[in-house]
Design a protein around this ligand. Structure first.
Ligand SMILES: *Cc1c(COP(=O)(O)O)cnc(C)c1O
Length: 366
């Protein structure tokens, strides 16, 4: 019998653990569990550049294997859990963490437990986790309560916790910064990103600093994080016990990485701001309609934030006279197909017409 092992010719194949091995906690003994994540497109937006007055790129994380940036962290977290002998992983999730954990656990031959806030997870994500045979347990509570429970479970049992409080998740997710710097041959001036549990802004900041320490880049970006107004504890300085937003992926009232995200903001001379649901939905629709980039609502918070900074004149004020020579990258964290119901709520359902040329022509011009 001969097996062709194209992808597995080297363990991990084309995944980011191989590409960025020397920056990651991976050794010869680490069984690399990969779905060829990373290498996501960095898309130049001429329209956003014109609107904002500086060069704007979109980092589209929706093309990762399970459709969100969570895969970058999960390849490392599941590989390390397997290396340590764990046979099961557990996470609390607003959706994408569960979809990613379930996929990587399936690939690794491990079990996966998922604790979700009942009724607050987009349909696409739930179906992904269940198809990858995760044990899904909805609770009558919010994400923050789910996270408290899984932390307790993992401290009492051998089930490995794969939320972003696991440092291996942060290590994997920092590779997003490496890819941006590799593509631009420097760091952008402004890094705009949605903030929920605040793991990703923490990870990107670590990635930029690691690359600077390695001599790959000379200067660091300003980190600009955006929370949804109804779930904006870092902006108001107090925990939200009942976070509310249409952007379910960032519906978090007490971010686990609050402190490190705050450090990213202060050390980089950046900011954490809030955008309203109407602002998020406007950016969500704009990205699909004007750039053909369909993201999930939470992902649009970075672009909603850019629009807000442009409108208020704040971007100009921070950048000074050299605005046109500056660069910004907006992170688009997840794919639009994750949450088809929000998309369908935004559009008019098309009405069938008779199967005749004249009827179709008439409808085309209506
Ligand atoms: C997880 C997630 C976020 C929030 O990232 P944090 O690391 O929790 O701040 C934003 N958008 C999407 C699509 C996500 O899945």
């Amino acid at each position: 019998m001969s097996l062709t092992r194209t992808n597995a010719a080297r363990p991990g194949g084309q995944g980011l653990m191989e590409r960025y091995r020397r920056y990651l906690p991976v050794s010869k003994n680490t069984p690399v569990v990969s779905l060829n994540e990373g290498r996501t497109p960095l898309i130049y937006s001429e329209k956003l550049s014109r609107i904002a007055g500086l060069s704007v790129h979109l980092k589209y994380e929706g093309t990762n294997p399970t459709g969100s940036f969570k895969d970058r962290g999960m390849t490392v977290a599941v590989s390390k859990a397997k290396e340590k002998g764990a046979r099961a992983v557990i996470c609390a999730s607003t959706g994408n963490t569960s979809a990613s954990a379930a996929a990587y656990a399936a690939r690794a031959g491990m079990s996966c437990y998922v604790i979700l806030p009942e009724g607050a997870v987009a349909l696409g994500k739930l179906s992904q986790a269940m198809m990858c045979r995760a044990k899904v347990i909805p609770i009558r509570g919010n994400f923050d309560e789910a996270l408290a429970i899984v932390r307790e479970v993992s401290s009492r049992t051998k089930v490995a916790l794969v939320n972003s409080v696991n440092p291996d998740r942060i290590e994997g997710q920092k590779t997003g910064a490496f890819e941006i710097c590799d593509a631009m041959t420097c760091a952008p001036d402004f890094h705009l990103i949605p903030v929920g549990n605040a793991g990703n802004i923490t990870a990107y900041w670590k990635g930029y600093r690691d690359y600077a320490a390695a001599g790959r880049i000379r200067r660091l970006p300003r980190m600009m994080g955006f929370q949804a107004k109804g779930a904006s504890p870092m902006v108001s300085g107090k925990i939200f016990s009942k976070p509310q937003t249409i952007a379910t992926a960032i519906r978090i009232g007490n971010p686990a990485s609050w402190l490190s995200a705050d450090l990213a903001r202060s050390e980089s001379g950046g900011l954490i701001d809030a955008v309203t649901d109407p602002q998020i939905l406007a950016a969500y629709r704009w990205l699909a309609a004007e750039e053909g980039v369909f993201v999930e609502p939470a992902s649009a918070a970075s672009v909603a934030g850019l629009f807000k900074l442009v409108r208020s004149g704040q971007l100009k004020k921070i950048a000074g006279s050299a605005l046109s020579r500056k660069t910004a990258v907006c992170i688009l964290t997840g794919h639009g197909l994750k949450d088809p119901s929000t998309a369908l709520d935004c559009i008019r359902t098309p009405r069938p017409v008779p199967a005749r040329l004249d009827a179709v022509l008439k409808e085309m011009h209506s």
